[in-house]
Ligand binder design. Structure first.
Ligand SMILES: [Zn+2]
Ligand SMILES: [Zn+2]
Length: 481
């Protein structure tokens, strides 16, 4: 590939020219670019001198043979007539001029792109300083000069000083015209100027901050457009994993905006914008947000319980995502104690997580153990209680989407398994029902039957109308065992 030809259309500086084959020969782009230009210039210059020497001696025979590259192809048809002695000398003279002209032109394009050592051979314009060479370079437009780099470094440092972080990554943003130019001059071994700027600015930032570059999972991505010096920080979220226990009934798992105003605040919600005063999410997130000084948060539970259902036992797994935190390290024990003092929600097993944990949570179906208090319209005998156990244990339940959620869930029939059942009488019409079952089984409907949408159900087995009086989640099991 003749990359020298690119200089005709684009006067690339040494550094940019070297980047055209940045993936070969381990040296700096500047050295590589300058060396290729020099080697080519030396080749052209020596050719020029030897041709001129031969020309002066009137010894033209070898010119065609040695200089096929520099012969105008359009003249090929004239070569037949070169045997005509009269025409011979004139044609040789014309060819010679063309060859010399082409070599001089190529040399000119190399000079123009800043090879100072041989300037002026053609008496053309001069490029007297390196600075000019870079300013005229259409690719880098001198973004690598010291002042520009320093301005960007200062700008980045002043934005970063508000944040705690251990690692970062520079993300260079190229203007459209530079992207287009890279498409036009692309070679198979080219390095994008984005990669070089990432590297150069990354090194400067490491030196000035003592932090490390992390390409996989940086705390902060520093997005820089080096051409207009615009800098933007993308502060990545932190993730806190843990389990929560909900000790009281009547609060939802996540923030619940007011139905009337959708969160704006109205008379119905006392201008809070919320349907419920608080939620598991808010009780857990507020102390975290205070310490980590995040901009926003997002709460991801491994499933959710109804508002009137308690979450007991070892708790339900959750991940709290804290967005754009200014602080990334804190004493989780202290935050835990603060949450647990709320009396309504407790957290345990707090630790730092990663983004993937959120996806894992959403896709992992957890088996559950529930404790329901069942209230029957009529008295229930002991035999009937045993029948409930016998009929539900190790059985498959066909459950059509419950009426109460059918407005927001697709109407379909799910099959879930019940593994283990225990009953415990409270009074003639009331008993406790403990169930170990697949995640996703609606327990209230398993008891009521939901107008025969759930089969079998406690109501159906007893042939008596039953309902779930209270419900607790006793355990969210980690593995399906
Ligand atoms: Zn350049
Ligand atoms: Zn409202």
């Amino acid at each position: 590939m003749d990359i020298i030809g690119i200089l005709k259309d684009y006067p690339l500086c040494h550094r940019c020219f070297g980047r055209l084959c940045g993936k070969v020969l381990h040296t700096s782009n500047y050295e590589r670019g300058k060396s290729i230009k020099m080697a080519k210039a030396m080749e052209l210059e020596s050719k020029l001198y030897s041709l001129m020497e031969k020309y002066d001696d009137g010894n033209n025979e070898d010119i065609d043979k040695d200089n096929d590259d520099y012969k105008d192809n359009n003249n090929d048809k004239d070569n037949d007539t070169n045997h005509n002695l009269d025409a011979c000398n004139n044609n040789k003279g014309n060819d010679m001029d063309k060859i010399l002209q082409k070599i001089k032109e190529d040399l000119y394009y190399i000079h123009r792109s800043g090879l100072l050592e041989i300037k002026g051979i053609n008496g053309e314009e001069e490029y007297s300083t390196n600075e000019n060479m870079e300013i005229n370079c259409p690719w880098c437009k001198s973004i690598f000069n010291e002042k520009n780099l320093n301005d960007i470094l200062e700008g980045a440092l002043s934005l970063l000083k508000d944040y705690q972080y251990d690692s970062f990554l520079v993300g260079t943003i190229l203007p459209k015209d530079i992207k287009k130019l890279e498409e036009e001059i692309r070679t198979p071994y080219m390095e994008s100027i984005r990669q070089e700027f990432n590297r150069v600015m990354g090194r400067l930032l490491v030196e000035n901050t003592g932090k490390i570059v992390d390409k996989q999972n940086p705390d902060i991505v520093i997005k820089i457009n080096p051409y207009n010096k615009k800098i933007e920080l993308q502060v990545n979220s932190i993730f806190i994993k843990g389990r929560y226990r909900k000790l009281i009934r009547g609060i939802p798992q996540t923030k619940w905006p007011c139905n009337h105003c959708r969160g704006k605040g109205c008379e119905n919600c006392n201008y809070t914008g919320k349907r419920y005063n608080t939620s598991v999410e808010e009780i857990i997130a507020e102390p975290f947000m205070e310490v980590f000084k995040g901009k926003d948060e997002s709460f991801h539970g491994a499933g959710r319980e109804d508002i009137d259902v308690r979450m007991l036992g070892k708790g339900r797994p959750f991940v709290l995502q804290i967005k754009e935190p200014k602080i990334r390290k804190a004493n989780l024990e202290e935050i835990k104690e603060k949450i647990n003092r709320s009396g309504s929600v407790e957290v345990l097993n707090l630790e730092y997580g990663i983004k993937r944990d959120v996806v894992f949570f959403k896709n992992e179906p957890h088996r559950k153990t529930y404790l329901a208090v069942v209230e029957c319209e009529e008295e229930v005998s002991n035999e009937e209680l045993l029948k409930v156990v016998k009929n539900l244990e190790n059985s498959s339940i066909d459950q059509r989407t419950p009426l109460r959620v059918s407005h927001r869930r697709a109407d379909l029939i799910r099959v879930r398994r019940v593994y283990d059942v225990e009953v415990n009488r409270i009074d003639p019409k009331t008993f406790e029902l403990k169930i170990y079952c697949d995640g996703g089984l609606y327990i209230k409907e398993l008891i009521s039957g939901d107008e025969n949408r759930t089969l079998p159900s406690v109501s159906e087995i007893l042939n008596k109308k039953c309902k779930c009086k209270t419900l607790d989640v006793l355990e969210v099991h980690d593995e399906d065992v």
